[in-house]
Design a protein around this ligand. Structure first.
Ligand code: ADP
Length: 437
């Protein structure tokens, strides 16, 4: 027997005993009147508490337990406990839901949920950006009314979602390329995932261009070489002609060798994630080496001057720095007609080490300057080829300087010459005390 039955029986027994006692002392009528009064009081209490309970269920006030005597107090207390537990559960579910939404919002990919009529139920900020949607405004809108590209409509309606769809010109500025894939779930519902592949596409097309460029660069000397080979095999040549052909073949072979060498240097630079060394370089020796190379290449055809602050040095990788600065110096010689002047300076400007190569050569039209460091980019293709250029020199310079946190600045005037300025940051610049004046 539970507590409610026990209480009811005890109360009834007490009332009955009281009724019997009243009957014995005051007669049956008074006892009956007492019984009726008790019934009225009981009915009043039941009505009063039922109404209170009704109001409480209608507008629950959490944390407040209505006070009442006896069994009603117990009922209120139990209801309150139930409400508290239920409230805590709701709060927990709400928190989980909020965390789930936060996690999807944090995803770098777009997520959109469609109901069984392909209407938008929810989407995160990235999906809004990719599709040009507004999650609140476009709620319950049919997705194909908003994303109208025929490719997308066809893809959504075809129900073959194993492959993803690539969509170009997406977003408000039509600047994104997005991959879209649909995943059906539940009762005909759909989850749409989008991914920004703009950068991926760009690097992919750069890679394709690069392969095409390399093939083209190697194909030309190879074609020339095989032409000479065929001629030598088929024509009876005298010794002088044979030697001439062999010289030209050697030139083409060395051109290919240079391209492959520069490609390997570039590949090594790009693949090397380690920062360049932080040892102080012997810049005096580097500058002397550059001067010798410039004089050998010019062979007296130019006026070449070098001004160098012997105490000035930088921290870095010597072979890389040598190859970058060497490229700038040899370019100056190669792109300056005979009789021109080339001035090279290695000096400290404020707290930075600055390497400047000024030539009085051909100069570079302004529109070409921003593209000079692209691989195989040439302003003057025939001059580059005639002087043994690979079109990779300034790309190597760019990579080496990037690795050394240095900046390249190019100033040029067509017909008057060019100036290439390399500035190493203060953090890499140092003065050798023993050499300082
Ligand atoms: P290349 O092997 O063809 O010289 P680079 O990458 O070193 O390749 O240079 C890219 C292009 O920039 C060159 O083809 C040339 O047209 C131009 N260039 C570089 N340096 C100079 C310079 N000092 N004067 C004029 N043009 C230059």
């Amino acid at each position: 027997m539970n507590i409610i039955w026990t209480r009811a029986i005890v109360s009834l027994a007490l009332l009955a005993a009281l009724g019997v006692a009243i009957g014995a002392f005051a007669g049956v009528r008074v006892a009956l009147a007492f019984a009726v009064l008790m019934l009225v009081v009981q009915a009043f209490f039941v009505t009063y508490h039922t109404q209170r309970l009704w109001r409480l269920l209608d507008a629950p006030v959490y944390g407040e337990v209505p006070s009442a005597l006896g069994i009603w107090g117990e009922i209120y207390y139990r209801l309150h406990k139930l409400a508290k537990r239920w409230h805590a559960q709701v709060r927990q579910v709400e928190q989980q839901h909020a965390r789930f939404i936060q996690a999807i919002q944090a995803s770098p990919n777009g997520v959109a949920m469609l109901d069984d009529h392909d209407q938008i139920e929810w989407c995160n900020a990235i999906a809004e950006k990719h599709f040009g949607l507004d999650a609140k405004r476009d709620l319950r809108q049919h997705i194909t009314h908003l994303v109208r590209q025929p490719d997308f409509v066809r893809y959504l309606n075809a129900h073959h979602y194993e492959e993803m769809l690539v969509m170009r010109g997406m977003g408000t500025n039509r600047k994104y390329t997005v991959s879209v894939q649909v995943f059906p779930y539940g009762d005909n519902r759909k989850l749409i995932l989008t991914q920004d592949i703009t950068e991926l596409e760009r690097t992919d097309s750069m890679r394709r261009d690069f392969v095409a460029n390399v093939s083209h660069e190697l194909k030309t000397p190879l074609t020339v070489l095989s032409g000479f080979l065929e001629t030598m095999r088929e024509l009876p040549l005298d010794e002088a002609d044979r030697m001439r052909y062999l010289d030209m073949m050697e030139q083409q072979a060395s051109r290919m060798q240079n391209i492959v060498r520069d490609l390997l240097v570039l590949a090594n630079l790009e693949g090397d994630m380690r920062p360049p060394g932080d040892e102080l370089l012997d810049m005096r020796a580097v500058i002397r080496h550059l001067e010798d190379d410039a004089n050998n290449l010019s062979n007296g055809r130019h006026r070449i001057t070098f001004h160098s602050d012997d105490a000035l040095t930088i921290a870095g990788a010597e072979t890389e720095v040598m190859s970058a600065l060497g490229n700038l110096v040899t370019n100056a010689v190669r792109y300056t007609p005979d009789g021109g002047a080339i001035d090279v300076a290695w000096q400290r400007v404020k707290d930075r080490a600055v390497f400047t190569v000024r030539d009085s050569g051909l100069g570079i039209p302004a529109e070409h300057i921003p593209r000079l460091t692209e691989r195989f980019y040439r302003v003057d293709r025939s001059r580059s080829r005639d002087t043994g250029g690979t079109g990779l020199g300034l790309a190597i310079v760019k990579h080496v300087l990037q690795r050394h946190n240095a900046e390249l600045d190019v100033k040029s005037e067509v017909g008057r010459g060019s100036t290439f300025i390399v500035q190493f940051p203060a953090s890499r610049t140092a003065i050798r005390k023993s050499l300082a004046a």
